[in-house]
Design a protein around this ligand. Structure first.
Ligand code: IRN
Ligand code: FE2
Length: 507
C-alpha cells in the first residue's frame, strides 16, 4: 500500500511530503521523494504555503548572508541532508532553488550536483491541438509520475490563461521560454521582436509566478554562421528565433545586450535563469562542435554576471551527443560556468530511433547525470514526431526517473540505494504485492505479472511465469540456503559440477 505522509521540519509550517510504501509482514516502510503535491481543485488552486516565508531577498542573497531560509530547511528535510549544505551550495552557485515570490504554492526543491538528480517535464499547448484543462491535467499527471519541475511551452492562443492555471495548480517550480510568447505577440515574425516587447513579456510572466525562464542570450551574431555547415543546423526553437533576428537586423542579440536589465528584473521576483542552449547539436554529427562550445563560453560569462546580481542560474545543455562525447560536455560546462547546475535535454545517444527517443535519450541522460548534470529535461516517444499525449508524458517520465535514479546510485547519493534494496528483498522473498508497490510504475508491473498468472494464489507463489516453478533461480537459491550452502556444494560437485542438468523426462 502507498500513502502520503508529511514530515515536520524544524518549524510546524514546514511539512515535507513523502510517499510511504507500507510493506507486508514486519518489513519496514520505505519513504520515497514525492512531487505530486497535495492535490488541487483547478478552480481554486493550491494553498499558498510559502507566503509567510516571503522576504525581500533572493535565495542566493540569503545564502550568501549565511541565512538558512525556510525553503532551504524544507529541501534539506526532503533530501535528507544538512540545511547548511543546502545553504552553502546555493551560496556557491552550485545549486539553485527556483522559487518566484509570486508562486507561493510551490513545494521547495533544489537542483544541484550534490543533490538528487531532477527531471523536468515539458507540457504546453500548440496552435494545432490541446486545451487549458488538458494542460492542467498533464501537469498533474507529470508530477504524479515524478516531474520535479514542469515547463509550460505553450504557443498559440490562450497562452496567458493556460499559464495562470498551470502556476496556480503547480506544487513544482514552473519554467517557461518567454521568447515563445513574445513571438506570438508579433504574429510569429521574429523581425518584429524588440527588447521592449520581450521585457514586457518577461514581467507579465514574472507577475504570474514563473520560477525559471529559458533565455537564449548566448546565441551571438558571430556564432550563427558557425551552424551553417551543420547536418541539422539550429534545432532550438528559441535559438532559431534569435538567430533569425540577429541575422536580419545584423545586430547583437538583444537578450545579450540587455542581460543586466534582465538580471534586475529576475532579482526582484527571485526568478532563476535557465541559460538556453540555442546552438545545441541536433544530431550525432554536430555534437561538441565549435558553434555549441562557443555559445557555452558565452553562457559561462553570463552566469558570472547573473551572480553579481544575486540571481540564481542554471545552464542548459544538449541535445544529441554520442556516449563517448558526453563527459566532455559536463567537464567544460563546470569549468566555464563556475559549477552552476547543468540542465540537459537528454542527450540522445543515437539518432536512429524516432518513436523511441525516450530510450535513446535516457541512455545519454543516465550518463550525463552520473557525470554531474543536476537536472534532466525529459524526451517523450513523440520527440521529432508530434505533441506528446498523456501516455507519452508517462513514458518519458518513467524513462527519465530511471535515468535519474541510476545516476543517483552511481554517484552514491545517501539513501538512494535503500529503494533498490527494499525492492530486491521483496523480489527474493516472493513478496509480489510489495514488489509491485515499490515499483516505479506499480500498475504496469502488476498487470504484466497478472497477464500470465492472474489468480490470487500467484501473489504468494514462489515463482513467476518467466521461468516457471522448476527453473526459478530465486527459488533454487532459497533451497540452497535452506539446505546449507556447504552440503549443496558437495552435492553439486558430486553431480559433475554442471550448471545445466540434462533434461530428462520426469515422472
Ligand atoms: C533543456 C536543455 N536544453 C534545452 N532544454 C529545454 O528544451 C528547454 O528548457 C525547453 O524546455 C526546451 C526547448 O528549448 P528550445 O528549443 O527553445 O531551446
Ligand atoms: Fe532532436
Amino acid at each position: 500500500m502507498r500513502r502520503k505522509v508529511y514530515v515536520e521540519g524544524p518549524r510546524p509550517d514546514i511539512r515535507v511530503p513523502f510517499t510511504e510504501v507500507v510493506l507486508t509482514g514486519d518489513n519496514p516502510p520505505v519513504r520515497l521523494y514525492d512531487t505530486s503535491g497535495p492535490g488541487s481543485d483547478p478552480s481554486v488552486g493550491l494553498p499558498e504555503i510559502r507566503k509567510p516565508w516571503r522576504t525581500g531577498r533572493t535565495q542566493l542573497a540569503s545564502a550568501r548572508a549565511g541565512i538558512i531560509t525556510p525553503e532551504m530547511e524544507f529541501v534539506a528535510a526532503r533530501e535528507g541532508v544538512p540545511a547548511s549544505l543546502v545553504r552553502d551550495e546555493i551560496a556557491a552557485g552550485r545549486a539553485v532553488l527556483p522559487a518566484n515570490v509570486n508562486h507561493p504554492e510551490s513545494e521547495p526543491m533544489i537542483i544541484g550536483s550534490k543533490f538528487l538528480v531532477k527531471v523536468n517535464a515539458n507540457i504546453g499547448t500548440s496552435a494545432v491541438t490541446s486545451s487549458v484543462a488538458e494542460e492542467v491535467e498533464k501537469l498533474t499527471w507529470a508530477t504524479r509520475w515524478g516531474a520535479d519541475t514542469v515547463m509550460d511551452l505553450s504557443t498559440g492562443p490562450r497562452i496567458h490563461e493556460t499559464r495562470e492555471a498551470i502556476v496556480r495548480n503547480s506544487p513544482v517550480p514552473i519554467g517557461t521560454v518567454p521568447i515563445y510568447q513574445a513571438l506570438e505577440k508579433v504574429n510569429g515574425d521574429p523581425l518584429k521582436l524588440t527588447w521592449e516587447l520581450f521585457r514586457e513579456t518577461v514581467i507579465e510572466q514574472a507577475e504570474q509566478g514563473v520560477d525559471y525562464m529559458t533565455i537564449h542570450a548566448g546565441v551571438l551574431l558571430a556564432y550563427v554562421p558557425l551552424a551553417a555547415e551543420r547536418v541539422t543546423g539550429i534545432v532550438s526553437r528559441g535559438g532559431s528565433i534569435m538567430a533569425a533576428w540577429c541575422l536580419a537586423e545584423h545586430r547583437e542579440n538583444f537578450l545579450y545586450t540587455h542581460f543586466r536589465e534582465l538580471c534586475e528584473i529576475f532579482r526582484e521576483y527571485d526568478i532563476t535563469f535557465s541559460l538556453g542552449d540555442g546552438l545545441r547539436p541536433g544530431s550525432i554529427a554536430d555534437a561538441n562542435d565549435e558553434a555549441q562550445f562557443a555559445e557555452l563560453r558565452t553562457l559561462g560569462e553570463l552566469t558570472h554576471i547573473a551572480w553579481e546580481y544575486d540571481v540564481q542560474v542554471m545552464v542548459e545543455g544538449p541535445g544529441h551527443v554520442p556516449m563517448h562525447k558526453i563527459k566532455e560536455n559536463v567537464d567544460l560546462q563546470v569549468e566555464l560556468c563556475g559549477g552552476a547546475p547543468f540542465y540537459t535535454l537528454g542527450p540522445l545517444a543515437t539518432d536512429i530511433a524516432p518513436a523511441y527517443d525516450h530510450i535513446t535519450s535516457a541512455i545519454g541522460a543516465a550518463m550525463i547525470g552520473w557525470f554531474g548534470t543536476a537536472m534532466l529535461c525529459y524526451v517523450t516517444p513523440k520527440e521529432h514526431l508530434g505533441l506528446p499525449n498523456k501516455e507519452d508524458v508517462k513514458a518519458g517520465m518513467i524513462a527519465y526517473k530511471i535515468a535519474a535514479h541510476a545516476a543517483d546510485l552511481a554517484k552514491g547519493h545517501p539513501g538512494a540505494q535503500e529503494w533498490d534494496d527494499a525492492l530486491s528483498r521483496a523480489r527474493f522473498d516472493f513478496r509480489w504485492e510489495d514488489q509491485f508497490e515499490l515499483a516505479l510504475d506499480p500498475e504496469t508491473a502488476r498487470s504484466y505479472h497478472d497477464e500470465t498468472l492472474p489468480a490470487a494464489p500467484a501473489k504468494t507463489a514462489h515463482f513467476c511465469s518467466m521461468c516457471g516453478p522448476k527453473f526459478c533461480s530465486m527459488k533454487i537459491s532459497h533451497e540452497l540456503r535452506a539446505a546449507g550452502m556447504k552440503a549443496k556444494s558437495s552435492e553439486f560437485v558430486d553431480a559433475g559440477g554442471r550448471v545445466y542438468l540434462p533434461v530428462t523426462p520426469s515422472a
